[in-house]
Design a binder for this molecule. Structure first.
Ligand code: SF4
Length: 300
């Protein structure tokens, strides 16, 4: 008896599912208590992959994103371009990576201290060699972590919970009222691939490190309808890639970071480029104009 796989959501009686979901709702308190009592010296390595480290196949972000074109380009063998990002974004991403590393290390140490009642696996890999569903759609990704709970030290698992850490700026954090749609889709792919029945999207405020509650809507069970929708869309894009028919663009902020923006050439980036050129032109004109207004040098 337990809530260990997605099938358990239907196999177990509703009261059993509810009992384990309530257990999962304690995650934030458990984490806060651990931090409160933690006085140890801590050392851990943290890092991130460069843009060139991307593996082939479909990524969770590609099949869970709003735009279908990245998946199409990836499936049809177009190379991703390593974009030169503005330092503003790079610094933000790096702080996010650091917080991810710290929180994953906290959960690892919390599990270590549980004497076999909890285990935590970080950066759980998803790939065709590991899960049949990842093999079916050639999915390559990794989730932030999976927590496993037991009734007895090192006994059988009774509850498995996926953990997805999302760091947000103070302004964005205050606006959060639900899991963002792209995060719902991304975590749905992780849950399906890793066969995890419950997941907590742990939003963290980058300004003051406040954490969103581990309750609905941030803690949720596997959404069968959403998965059916994502799977349907994945099948459609695979079909389009087979017949070489380019899906329409869905433009937005993601175009800024999209590795296929050069080949796709979305209007949103064309407009940005036009605004940049116009600004450069205006600055040059202003310089010329201000030079023209200078008092002429007196001749000797
Ligand atoms: S640049 Fe934008 S519209 Fe084009 S593929 Fe990427 S996300 Fe889609």
């Amino acid at each position: 008896m337990g809530l260990v796989t997605i099938a358990d959501l239907h196999r177990e009686p509703p009261e059993v599912v509810a009992k384990y979901v309530m257990w999962a709702e304690d995650l934030r308190d458990m984490y806060e208590k651990f931090i409160e009592e933690d006085e140890e010296d801590v050392n851990f390595a943290v890092g991130w992959h460069g843009a060139k480290a991307r593996s082939g196949g479909l990524h969770a972000s590609e099949i869970s994103g709003a735009c279908k074109r990245p998946a199409f380009y990836s499936l049809t063998g177009h190379p991703r371009e390593d974009k030169k990002l503005d330092p503003f974004w790079k610094k933000r991403f790096r702080v996010g990576h650091m917080l991810h590393g710290m929180i994953q290390e906290d959960w690892r140490r919390l599990a270590e201290k549980s004497n076999g009642l909890i285990s935590f696996e970080r950066e759980v890999r998803i790939g065709p060699d590991l899960q049949p569903i990842a093999a079916q759609y050639d999915i390559h990704s990794s989730s932030d972590g999976v927590l496993v709970f037991r009734d007895h030290p090192w006994g059988p698992a009774v509850l498995r919970i996926g953990l997805e850490i999302k760091t947000e700026s103070p302004l964005e954090f205050e606006k959060i009222k639900d899991v963002k749609p792209q995060h719902q889709r991304q975590t749905c792919v992780y849950m399906r691939c890793l066969d995890v029945p419950v997941l907590w999207t742990m939003y963290v405020n980058k300004g003051n490190q406040n954490i969103i509650p581990s309750k609905y809507p941030y803690l949720y069970t596997f959404d069968f309808n959403l998965w059916n929708q994502i799977e349907g869309e994945a099948k459609e894009v695979i079909h389009l890639a087979t017949i070489k028919e380019l899906p329409p663009r869905t433009e937005g902020i993601s175009c800024e970071f999209c590795g296929y923006s050069s080949i796709c050439n979305p209007e949103v980036l064309q407009m940005k480029e036009r605004r940049k050129l116009a600004k450069e032109f205006r600055t040059k004109q202003q310089k010329k104009f201000s030079k023209g207004l200078r008092a002429p040098r007196s001749t000797p």
